[in-house]
Design a protein around this ligand. Sequence first.
Ligand SMILES: Nc1nc2c(ncn2[C@@H]2O[C@H](COP(=O)(O)OP(=O)(O)O)[C@@H](O)[C@H]2O)c(=O)[nH]1
Ligand SMILES: [Mg+2]
Length: 277
Amino acid sequence: MSVAGREVHTSPTPGPRPATTVTAPVRGRAHVVLPAYNEAASLPSLLRRIAEVSRTERVTAWVVDDGSSDGTADVVDAIDVAGLDVRLVRHPVNLGLGQAVQTGLKAALSDAEEDDFIVVMDADDTHDPALITKLGNEILAGADVVICSRFVDGGDDKTAPLFRRMLSRGAAVLFRRVLGLVDVHDFTSGFRAYRVSLLTRASTHWGERLVEERGFACMVELLLKLRHCHPVITEVPLELRYDRKQGPSKLKLRRTIVQYVRLLARDRLTPAPYREL
Ligand SMILES: Nc1nc2c(ncn2[C@@H]2O[C@H](COP(=O)(O)OP(=O)(O)O)[C@@H](O)[C@H]2O)c(=O)[nH]1
Ligand SMILES: [Mg+2]
């Protein structure tokens, strides 16, 4: 049996039957993209928790330091998380969450193999890395996009401030109604996994325009663009642990609402890609 699970050889049993070789589904590497802006206080704990996952999964963590001023990059450089492959990508100045996600996806795609999967999660230590294994299972079972969702059975966001809960619920109702993506209950979750071949197809088509939103609307934008590839989308429950957050949220409420509305208007006005993606 190979470590990567590529082939399973059953051992020869006494008797006339020859040893059989069964090709098992391939379990790829998890590339975990962590967009980080001033997350020096949260990253040590988060990377240690991701290292726990890397005992049973092959994991590479891609920290994108987006021009932080709190020594985020130094913390990542200095941290000793045995067994975890940590890569640091830096923006010399703050370019916003959208650009950080774009940079992280690009870096991970340049290194990923066909059977790997790419996870994006917050760097504020409010998302449980143990879900990475579940995400890999969903991808292995045929999903192209897996959303860690606060709004399915078993998920919750009760530790988040009221205005944030209202924003994410409102956005979910709006996007669900307008877009008709019936399988999706949580459009704004920052914790998702993507099949590598899906992101490769999408980034071949959109290139640098795959993520144009600078702010938090980038997560919805990505979903809107990927839907043109007709992905299989599934959700797993997310218990958001906002009580673990070390500093204030970086989300600006009014700015994000404006971004959502603008994004939706642009999506309505832009014709779908003329050819099948
Ligand atoms: N790269 C980058 N990341 C950001 C920026 N703003 C927020 N983030 C990251 O985006 C993620 C989401 O922000 P967070 O404060 O956790 O938002 P909340 O949990 O939704 O309140 C975190 O990992 C932040 O470090 C930014 O300007 N640039
Ligand atoms: Mg967060």
